[in-house]
Design a protein. Sequence first.
Length: 116
Amino acid sequence: MNNQVSIQRANQNDLQRLFIICRQAYTENFSHHWNEGGLEWYLNTVYSLEGIKADLQKSMMAYFIASLGSEDVGFMKLNLLSNLEGETSLDGAEIEKLYFRPQHQGKGIGKRLVNV
């Protein structure tokens, strides 16, 4: 496998890839926190195909996909119009989600995403 990390801002053409990596990374990291049926409910609520598609259409939301070679290994979701309480500037952004498949954590991919 190629060890070259690439970061790509997702668009509507990446919907299926994003849907898969969001659900995969979340499940592999957090499935043990859920009672029976809870994980599937959460995935269908937060990481539904329709929900991700709607997010991609919002100008204030941005998703980035991290890949290692040809394998998608994580993602980041940014809220581009998020400021700290009391701030009036529109320069703030919030990392809403930043998840990786467990076997790819600790490789500096998160740093690469945050520095996009």
